[in-house]
Write a protein that binds this ligand. Sequence first.
Ligand code: COA
Length: 163
Amino acid sequence: MAFIETERLLLRTWMPSDAAAWLAIAAQPDVARYLPGVAEPTRSDVEAWLARQMEEEEREGFSCWPVVRKADGALVGRCGLHRMADGDVEIAWAFDRNVWGAGYATEAARAALAFARDERHLARVVALVDPRNARSIGVTHRLGMRFDRVVRAYRRDLLRYIA
Ligand SMILES: CC(C)(COP(=O)(O)OP(=O)(O)OC[C@H]1O[C@@H](n2cnc3c(N)ncnc32)[C@H](O)[C@@H]1OP(=O)(O)O)[C@@H](O)C(=O)NCCC(=O)NCCS
């Protein structure tokens, strides 16, 4: 069971009871815009996604974890790791539109990268970002990730960054 603590946040294992809170974030158009998957997710889409996260956690010992704000216990986003079909591990992040600009994505992703490096000894972690997603590119810069190349993934042309 994952449990990572940062100054303001907790990253932990998903629970079925997180579905409503995550749906409220995933359904925001600004959040869904550059994410793979449907633009207007339903409760059953979110439940299926959560089930896949819990399976990945069992199999790999990581997932794209829920991020909880310590100050009030609110689920404010997701951030974590995913093993792709080619074997590489991807880092991903998405946060409630209402908390953008607070540095939460950078804080959570820094902790997820430290987990990948220190706990899992992964040689590299990649991020795949839509070239129009300036805020996400900003996160890669704050993390010190380096641009590698353009790749075709999730049926889009995406910028591949490496940590
Ligand atoms: C991508 C996404 C997570 C970025 O969120 P974000 O809040 O802009 O990113 P950060 O957590 O790095 O926060 C940086 C901002 O917080 C500010 N900030 C405040 N306190 C901070 C702190 N302690 N540390 C770092 N930044 C801080 C920074 O100045 C910066 O503000 P600016 O964008 O106005 O310059 C968000 O836009 C999102 O959820 N998008 C939808 C989902 C998505 O597209 N995901 C990516 C798929 S590849």
